[in-house]
Design a protein around this ligand. Structure first.
Ligand code: SAH
Ligand code: SF4
Ligand code: F3S
Length: 453
């Protein structure tokens, strides 16, 4: 592969790489990737590419991939396969792969699937226009997947239409190395943005009409800003020094969740929403230890009790993995009763999937696929039965809902409650961006129906 080049600096910056060509980006994975896609579109628009909704109209297709679970490489190849006839019809069409699979697989992707013109890593998004320019200039099989280990994390949020609620990265990467997780390998070392950059960013977004920001990172509570500012301090600063109406954050790690954070949330409860996504992953301390999560079952439950004490109306959601290597039926029961004991109304649960580079992939006591899937189904059944009952307590109550958009299919509008519930109700588009009182008439675990008070 001698024609793989990493010499991107040689390409001169141009302002018209796109020449009006269409660009289509398909996005997999977490909110980081959704934000990265926005950034790619914004950078490419500056170079005169035009975002299109249909890949058939594109001369540039980018797959922003995720490798956190099952067959990610296979998904990339099968999507590329669907573009075969388009590439035949339009020899000018370029196909690139970015995101976590790009970072993980690098040139392997091009070796296996020659239809891929270029691959770039998660730290190379800001160099995407140059890479694309090289590709359109006829250079083939380009790969740029270097991590920018020494460069500080100085970016400005780039979103084309931020809407009412938007995400703002505060950290990138992860240093926790949970033994099941590929993210530390695909996103590199953890870095925090400087405090003032984040505040300025949020002020700009507010000027563009944003009412709610979600501060984003793999583990936001380990945020380390300049001048000793920690995550709780940052939240307080965003609440005090910007005009944003609502603040959320995700994801927080139980090991780093402290009383100070609860106090800040309580003190600024008019702005910081009482909703916390706090993944517990497994209910058994033995499994948690092998996952390298750095908390026990009891410690997790103590954190929940501490948070509930300071924030009595808080809503929790969580992530769970079933069938981690060595998980016995008894361990799994501990996961089931954790769900009912805490009373999670929303869960995101997954069957364990061995990931490259990770320690747990080499553990010898892997659980059979059939057992994993059977446990996952049982978990969903137990959760559903509990959650359907639990949310009934909201029926008849009134919630403050920030209206986000019109739900065109149903002639309704939709928004989020303070506790992050999706609420549908009859109303007009002029309410978008306003916070209104909505009385809940019907509550399901994932979505509520209501009427304007
Ligand atoms: N930074 C977040 C998680 C990011 S990955 C945190 O620490 O909570 C999102 C979720 O995917 C994880 O919480 C976990 O539940 C799930 N996940 C990660 N790796 C997985 C794997 N190998 N198999 C199955 N699920 C996994
Ligand atoms: Fe993965 Fe753990 Fe980091 Fe979350 S905290 S991204 S699960 S290594
Ligand atoms: Fe996100 Fe998937 Fe990467 S969950 S961090 S896009 S592996």
């Amino acid at each position: 592969m001698d024609d793989i080049t990493q010499n991107l600096e040689s390409v001169e910056k141009s302002t018209d790489i796109g020449m009006g060509r269409g660009v289509y980006i398909s996005t997999y994975g977490c909110q980081m990737n959704v934000n990265d896609t926005e950034r790619m579109y914004a950078l490419l628009e500056m170079q005169n590419f035009v975002p299109v909704r249909d890949p058939k109209e594109a001369s540039l297709i980018i797959i922003n991939s995720c490798s956190v679970r099952e067959k990610p490489v296979h998904k990339v190849y099968s999507e590329v396969g669907t573009y075969k006839y388009m590439k035949r019809r339009n020899p000018d069409l370029k196909i690139g792969v970015g995101g976590c699979v790009g970072q993980q697989e690098k040139e392997n992707l091009i070796k296996t699937q020659p239809m891929i013109d270029f691959v770039f890593g998660t730290d190379q998004i800001d160099n995407l226009p140059q890479l694309v320019a090289q590709s359109f200039a006829g250079e083939r099989k380009l790969v740029n997947s270097r991590f920018q280990h020494r460069t500080p994390y100085h970016i400005e949020t780039l979103v084309r239409n931020p809407g009412v609620a938007t995400y703002v990265n505060i950290t990138k990467g992860c240093d926790n190395f949970c033994t099941f997780c590929v993210v530390p390998y695909t996103r590199g070392r953890e870095k925090s943005r400087p405090v003032q950059h984040i505040l300025t960013d949020i002020r700009h977004l507010v000027k563009r009409g944003v009412k709610e920001v979600t501060l984003l990172g793999q583990n936001v509570n380990s945020y380390k800003g300049d001048e000793g500012v920690d995550f709780a301090d940052l939240l307080a600063l965003v609440a005090k020094e910007t005009d944003v109406e609502r603040i959320r954050y995700t994801t927080s790690h139980p090991k780093d969740f402290n009383q100070k954070l609860v106090d800040v949330m309580s003190e600024h409860s008019n702005k910081i929403m009482e909703y916390i996504h706090l993944p517990f992953q497994a209910g058994s301390t033995k499994v948690l230890e092998r996952m390298n999560r750095n908390y026990t079952r009891e410690e997790y439950l103590e954190r929940i009790a501490m948070i509930k004490k300071g924030l009595p109306d808080v809503c929790f959601s969580t992530d769970i993995i079933v069938g981690f290597p060595g998980e016995t039926e008894e361990d799994f029961q501990d996961t089931l009763n954790m769900v009912t004991e805490v009373g999670f109304e929303t869960i995101f649960a997954f069957a364990y999937s061995p990931r490259p580079f990770t320690k747990a992939a080499k553990f010898e006591d892997q659980v059979a696929e059939g057992v994993k899937n059977e446990r996952l189904n049982r978990l969903f059944d137990v959760h559903e039965a509990m959650a359907f009952e639990a949310v009934k307590r909201y029926e008849g109550t009134t919630m403050k809902v920030l209206v986000e958009n019109v739900d065109r299919d149903h002639g309704k509008i939709q928004g989020r409650s303070t506790g992050n519930k999706l609420v549908h109700f009859l109303g007009t588009a002029d309410l978008i961006g306003k916070t209104v009182d909505v009385k809940i008439t019907k509550a399901f675990p994932a979505v509520f129906r209501g009427e304007l008070v």
